[in-house]
Design a protein around this ligand. Structure first.
Ligand code: SAJ
Length: 421
C-alpha cells in the first residue's frame, strides 16, 4: 500500500495527509474548494495548528504530497470531511456523500476506503457501503471499508495523530486488518480492531462523556453560586477523591466536536438519550447565563461598554468555531451593549477584534471568556486605570481574585458569588 488519497484537507485531513507523506506514502490530497488547493500548492497551510505550516511546506516541496480538486487512483482513500449539524440537530452527511461518490470513478479492486469523519452509528454500513457498491464491487470482498475515527485535540494534532490509540472498525474483519496495516505505518499508540458501528458509537461516546461531565460542572456552578458556595473549591476538594474527576465550569462548550457529536446519538435514539440531550441543553444555555451575570454587574450604568477577552472556543487555540464567547458577544450586542473584543490568538477581520488596551479603554466591565495563557498575566493596575469602572467577570477562574481586588477591582468568578464585592 503506497499511494493514498485523502479527501477533505481541513483540520484533520491536511495534518493526516502531511503525516502520511512523511512516512513514505505517495499522497494525493483532495479538496473541492479551489482556494484550499491553491493555498496548499503554494505551500501555505490554510489552517493554524502548531508545526503544520512547516510540515505542509516540506511535503509539498518534496513532492510527497500533491493536491487535486478530484480523487485519483490510489491504494487507499481516507475521507476526512466535516459532518456539521443541520437545523433540527441531525447530522448533515452531504459532504460525506459527495466525497464518497467522488471516489466511485477511481475505485478499483482491492482498494481500501476509510471514513475518519465523525458520523451517527450505522453510517459506514448503511450509507457509505451501498454508495461504494454502485461501483459493482462488493464491500469486504472487492474492496475493503472501515471507520477509523479521528480523536486528536486541536492544538496538539500532529503529536496526537501519531501518539494516540486508534479504534478501527471494519465492515468485516478483513477490512479492519487492511486498515490496521495502513495505520501501523505511522501510529505509535495501540490499534484496536472492532466493527464499524461500534467504532462510530465509541467516538460519539467519548465526546458525549466529556459533554455530560462539563454540563454537570456547569450545573453545579450555578447551584453553588446560588447557595453562596465557591464551586472551584468544591471541585478541587472533590477531585482529591481517588475516583472523582470533575470537569471545569465555563461559559459553554464550543468547538466542532463536543457541542455537535452528542446530537448524533440523540438522532438515533431520541427516546432513550434523555441525559445526553439535557447535558447539551445545559451547556448551550451557558452563554445566556454569562450574559445575565454581565447584565447584573452593569445594572444602572448608562450605555455600558463591555471588554471581551477571548473569542476562541477554548484556551491557547485560534479556533472560534461554535465559540461560546461569540454567543455572549452577540447577546450583548442584541441588547444594545457596546462591545470591544480582544483575542491575542485569533486573526479575524469579521469579529472586529481590537488590541487589549483599546478593548478595555473606558469599559465598564471586563469579561474573560477564554483561558488563554496571556490572560493569566494581565496587569490589573495598568488595565484598571484605562477603564471607566474597575469591574471584572472571570468565567474561567484563571486570575487571582485577591490581586485584582487589591488593585481596586470588583471581581466576580463564575460559580463563586462569594468573591464578588
Ligand atoms: N470545556 C469546559 N470545561 C472543561 C473542558 C472543556 O468548559 O472541563 C469546554 C472548552 O472550553 C471548549 C469545549 O468544552 O469550549 C470543548 O473543548 P475540549 O478541549 O473538551 O474538546 P475539543 O473539542 O477541543 O476536542 C475534543 C477532544 N475530545 C475529547 O477530549 C474526548 C478530542 O480528543 C477530539 O478529537 C475532538 O473533540 C474531536 O474531533 O472530536
Amino acid at each position: 500500500m503506497n499511494r493514498i488519497c485523502v479527501l477533505g484537507l481541513g483540520y484533520i485531513g491536511l495534518p493526516t495527509a502531511s503525516i502520511l507523506a512523511t512516512h513514505s506514502f505517495d499522497v494525493v490530497g483532495v479538496d473541492v474548494n479551489p482556494q484550499v488547493i491553491e493555498a496548499i500548492s503554494e505551500s501555505n497551510g490554510h489552517i493554524e495548528e502548531p508545526g503544520l505550516g512547516d510540515l505542509v511546506q516540506a511535503v509539498v516541496e518534496s513532492g510527497s504530497l500533491k493536491v487535486s480538486i478530484r480523487p485519483e487512483e490510489a491504494d487507499a482513500f481516507i475521507i476526512a470531511v466535516s459532518t456539521p449539524l443541520i437545523q433540527d440537530k441531525r447530522a448533515d452527511l452531504s459532504y460525506v456523500e459527495l466525497a464518497t461518490r467522488s471516489i466511485l470513478p477511481v475505485l478499483r479492486k482491492d482498494n481500501l476506503v476509510i471514513l475518519e469523519s465523525t458520523v451517527p452509528p450505522g453510517t459506514t454500513r448503511d450509507f457509505i457501503k451501498p454508495i461504494l457498491e454502485e461501483s459493482g464491487l462488493m464491500a469486504g470482498e472487492g474492496f475493503f471499508l472501515a471507520h477509523c475515527p479521528e480523536r486528536v485535540l486541536p492544538g496538539q494534532i500532529l503529536k496526537e495523530i501519531v501518539q494516540n490509540n486508534r479504534i478501527i472498525g471494519g465492515i468485516n474483519p478483513q477490512s479492519a486488518e487492511r486498515a490496521k496495516e495502513l495505520y501501523s505505518r505511522f501510529v505509535k499508540g495501540e490499534i484496536i480492531l472492532t466493527d464499524a458501528t461500534t467504532a462510530e458509537m465509541t467516538k460519539l461516546a467519548e465526546n458525549t462523556y466529556r459533554d455530560v461531565n462539563i454540563a454537570l460542572a456547569n450545573e453545579l456552578s450555578r447551584i453553588c453560586a446560588g447557595l453562596g458556595i465557591n464551586v472551584w473549591k468544591v471541585i478541587e476538594l472533590a477531585n482529591k477523591h481517588p475516583r472523582v474527576n470533575f470537569h471545569r465550569p465555563g461559559p459553554g462548550v464550543g468547538g466542532h466536536c463536543i457541542a455537535v457529536d452528542p446530537w448524533f446519538i440523540v438522532e438515533k435514539a431520541p427516546e432513550e438519550a434523555k441525559l445526553i440531550r439535557t447535558a447539551r441543553e445545559v451547556n448551550d444555555a451557558q452563554p445566556e447565563y454569562v450574559f445575565q451575570l454581565i447584565q447584573e454587574m452593569t445594572r444602572g450604568i448608562e450605555n455600558p461598554k463591555i471588554a471581551v477577552l477571548g473569542v476562541a472556543y477554548k484556551g491557547n487555540v485560534d479556533d472560534t468555531r461554535e465559540s461560546p464567547a461569540i454567543k455572549v458577544m452577540h447577546l450583548l450586542l442584541e441588547h444594545g451593549y457596546r462591545v470591544a473584543a480582544h483575542d491575542p490568538r485569533v486573526n479575524s477581520s469579521e469579529l472586529g477584534l481590537v488590541r487589549l488596551k483599546e478593548a478595555v479603554r473606558d469599559a465598564d466591565c471586563m469579561v474573560i471568556l477564554t483561558e488563554h495563557g496571556e490572560f493569566r498575566d494581565l496587569n490589573p493596575q495598568e488595565l484598571g486605570c484605562l477603564m471607566r469602572r474597575q469591574c471584572l467577570l472571570d468565567t474561567r477562574n484563571i486570575i487571582s481574585t485577591a490581586e485584582w481586588k487589591e488593585a481596586g477591582f470588583s471581581v466576580l468568578t463564575l460559580g463563586n458569588n462569594r468573591s464578588y464585592s
